[in-house]
Design a protein around this ligand. Sequence first.
Ligand SMILES: Cc1cc2nc3c(=O)[nH]c(=O)nc-3n(C[C@H](O)[C@H](O)[C@H](O)COP(=O)(O)O)c2cc1C
Length: 345
Amino acid sequence: MDPERAHHLALWFLRWASRLPLVPALLNFLFGFHDETMAQEIWGIRFPNPIGLAAGFDKNSQALPALGRMGFGFVEVGAISSEARPGNPRPRIFRLKADHALINRMGLPNPGAQETARRLAQLGKRPVPILANIVKNADLDGDVALMAADYVKTLTAIFPHVDGFTVNVSCPATPNLKAFNEKQALFDLLKLLSQERDALVAGSSCNKKPLIVKVSPDVDDAEKAVLIEAFEAGLMDGVVLTNTTTTRPSTLKTEGDVLKQQGGLSGAPLFPISLALVKEFAERSAGKLPIIAVGGISTAEQAHQMLKAGASLVEIYTAFVYEGPSLPKKLAQGLRGPLGWRPRP
Ligand SMILES: Cc1cc2nc3c(=O)[nH]c(=O)nc-3n(C[C@H](O)[C@H](O)[C@H](O)COP(=O)(O)O)c2cc1C
């Protein structure tokens, strides 16, 4: 089946499962994971376990009641932009089966910030912490100030309904995002977002919701230094390492024209790249920078490697697509049992 069709079918099921009275309880029975000793508090948020669902799976924020009962310790929704967008023309997701990988150039289809806020508001109590992946409208031109103001609009609209934000400046299929690789542009964006966040927190009783920057695996040395500087300057609260890569590693087993498809590569081939970056960011920040690790994780051992390398939380996407709904519980059980992982005190 066409990969995007398969994805829509899975989401259709999860959306309906979220609405029917007993199905979330059944999903919890089959796939849920509960163990107090795996819970940890980061940014004032209590994460029941360290396994999260990465951005891009539930772009429409419609499957959270079901996803929140399928063993995940948190879910990242979006990417969300200020206005609804259809994304790029199809086909825009490609399977590299031999590599347990995907190439995608979705182009950020989503229902827009207002509609997302409405859907999130309907949730009532959130089943697990929710992070919102925010991005600028895909078709905005390259004016950095306009793009930054657009991120702020989205943050403001969904602020009451989520626990924190991942600031997506690394989606490879989105024009002009690279502008935020420049120090001044990134600092200006983060200043605007944190001012808005602080003003909204001041007027409410909620926690200071973290601003976490989603980083490309293709960052160069200077860009890494800028990110560490932004953290040290108090402009952001953590990083997600990493988004998809535009490179095509020489280790790929897949051959043929699919490799020429434009877009970001995710899944197993990304694992060594993301792991190396987790280690490097942990070292550069002397272990102070909170890191969410994502990229090719498909086993408890790999999740453990990321956590040992300095991550506090991990996320999955492509392996969830290939392996199915039992994966989050399998990872959490593997971490707890054979690997004996527990959160740092
Ligand atoms: C189809 C698809 C859509 C994605 N959409 C987003 C997105 O909207 N925002 C984002 O920050 N990352 C997005 N990602 C990247 C994932 O969140 C994740 O960083 C990346 O896939 C690496 O993890 P994985 O190897 O476990 O898939 C997407 C990935 C895929 C495969």
